[in-house]
Design a protein around this ligand. Structure first.
Ligand SMILES: Cc1cc2nc3c(=O)[nH]c(=O)nc-3n(C[C@H](O)[C@H](O)[C@H](O)COP(=O)(O)O)c2cc1C
Ligand code: SF4
Ligand code: SF4
Length: 438
């Protein structure tokens, strides 16, 4: 069986699944329950000077039957006292010596950072996570994403923390920034031992069209909130890969954002993460999720013949290249499996109105196919004109039937030619300009 144990900058845990800083990591009671359910680590709900929260705090984007595809919150850091939090961290650490317990911190002055770092160490925390990411409430007070958005400030505060820290320091980055690597490099210059990303994205999930107040509503007002959950995973994957591929960052990464399944976790690890953290999915499904995550990831590694997480880590990083390095002659076209096609014609409409008008409608008799399972009677069926298909993928994305449209690789349009090669060879007069699409 594959080895799921991992170490993030020296912080060891029995598996790569950590509870992210947030409501599920608010108390010792929850940390005990998380570890009993199989989580490998907990990053405590951010500790700082006392704050007051509002009611209500959360809103969500639902899509069809899928609840909470995106989740939004205007919650601040912990509203419990630092004393209670540090006392409970010590209690949890005593009972779970082999699990990771990380103190997430957010304070203002150098003296406060030193004090909270010392209190984390005294409580027995395995590491410290610096919350430079919260995009609401705290940033207006000069903390959270207000720090993460200014590399020079992030670097300075990281150096303050490192002056007092004797345990690993993880800098948690905000995605509300143009270039995540600028913040990541600053964290490294400040002496960070690891990065975690992403925190939440600035968002408004909806507007009540009777009251004209967005949710979450606090009286007759609302506020911008932090967005997370499955909808943000693509943004998080992109940012994790960008940091993992940057030689000037060169720090271990804890991947966060929309992790709900073992596949999500495997993707983060393949793009360079050492472990992953989960918040929204636990708020949705509870700590019991850990069993599926660990079993699924372990089975996947076994099936792939990978002995450990290290063997998976970063394997997808080099395949991400600049657009100019992609082969202009690579070809693939849509192919329809008529044993699966139900004749809904969504692919036809999409290609006709939104792509390249290369799907024709034919009768089943013209195509020589019978009435397959689930097919809508009397409906014409789509047929792809392969010679005109530009291989954009749209029809396969809109098709509601699994594996019904396959994008199939066909003979390339010529010898491999990237855009940068093309420009150089064109300038040297070695090749003729490629013809424009008709
Ligand atoms: C209600 C809520 C409260 C959060 N509070 C914190 C916090 O106190 N400190 C912090 O660093 N991140 C906080 N986060 C951000 C999460 O740790 C995480 O970065 C983000 O939600 C993305 O992960 P997810 O998609 O798994 O939820 C909070 C998230 C939510 C939903
Ligand atoms: S891949 Fe794009 S161009 Fe080809 S048939 Fe589908 S929608 Fe049309
Ligand atoms: S979208 Fe899929 S199921 Fe619907 S007609 Fe096209 S190929 Fe058939």
């Amino acid at each position: 069986m594959a080895d799921l144990s991992c170490s993030l900058a020296g912080i060891k845990s029995p598996n790569p699944f950590w509870v992210a800083s947030g409501p599920p990591a608010n108390t010792a009671y929850q940390a005990h329950r998380a570890f009993e359910a199989g989580w490998g680590g907990v990053v405590w709900k951010t500790i700082g000077a006392p704050i007051v929260n509002v009611a209500s705090r959360y809103s969500a984007l639902h899509h069809g039957p899928q609840r909470m595809i995106g989740f939004n919150n205007i919650e601040l850091i912990s509203d419990r006292s630092p004393e209670a939090n540090f006392r409970e961290i010590a209690e949890v650490k005593r009972r779970w010596p082999h699990h990771a317990v990380v103190a997430s911190l957010m304070v203002e002055t150098r003296e406060q950072w030193h004090e909270f770092v010392r209190r984390s160490i005294d409580a027995g925390a395995d590491g410290i996570e610096l919350n430079y990411g919260c995009p609401h409430g705290m940033c207006e007070r000069g903390m959270g994403s207000a720090v993460g958005q200014q590399p020079a400030v992030a670097e300075r505060i990281t150096t303050w923390v490192k002056e007092a820290a004797t345990i690993p320091v993880i800098v948690k980055l905000t995605p509300n920034i143009t270039d995540i690597t600028a913040a990541a490099r600053a964290a490294r210059r400040g002496g960070a031992d690891a990065l975690s990303l992403i925190n939440t994205l600035n968002s408004i999930t909806n507007v009540d069209l009777d009251t004209f107040v967005p949710e979450p509503r606090v009286g007759n007002r609302s506020a911008h909130g932090g967005y997370c959950g499955p909808a943000v995973k693509p943004i998080a994957l992109h940012m994790v890969q960008a940091c993992a591929a940057d030689p000037e960052v060169a720090l271990p990464i804890s991947g966060i954002g929309g992790v709900a399944t073992w596949r999500d976790a495997a993707e983060f690890i393949a793009l360079g993460a050492t472990n992953v953290q989960v918040c929204t999915a636990i708020m949705h499904y509870g700590f019991r999720l850990a069993a599926d995550l660990t079993e699924g990831l372990s089975d996947y590694l076994d099936a792939k013949g990978l002995p450990s997480l290290a063997a998976l880590r970063g394997r997808a990083v080099p395949s991400l290249q600049k657009w100019e390095h992609l082969d202009l002659h690579f070809r693939r076209v849509a192919q329809i499996d008529y044993d699966r096609c139900i004749g809904c014609n969504l692919c036809y409409i999409a290609c006709e109105d939104g792509a390249h008008q290369c799907i024709d409608l034919r009768t089943p008799e013209e195509l020589g196919v019978g009435l397959g399972p689930g097919r809508i009677p009397h409906k014409p069926l789509p047929q792809v004109r392969a010679a005109d298909c530009v291989g954009c993928n749209l029809c396969s994305l809109v098709c509601p039937v699994e594996d019904c449209i396959t994008m199939t690789e066909v003979a390339p349009g010529g010898a491999p030619l990237t855009w940068s090669d093309y420009q150089e060879r064109l300038a040297r007069g070695e090749i003729a300009p490629l013809p424009p699409h008709p």
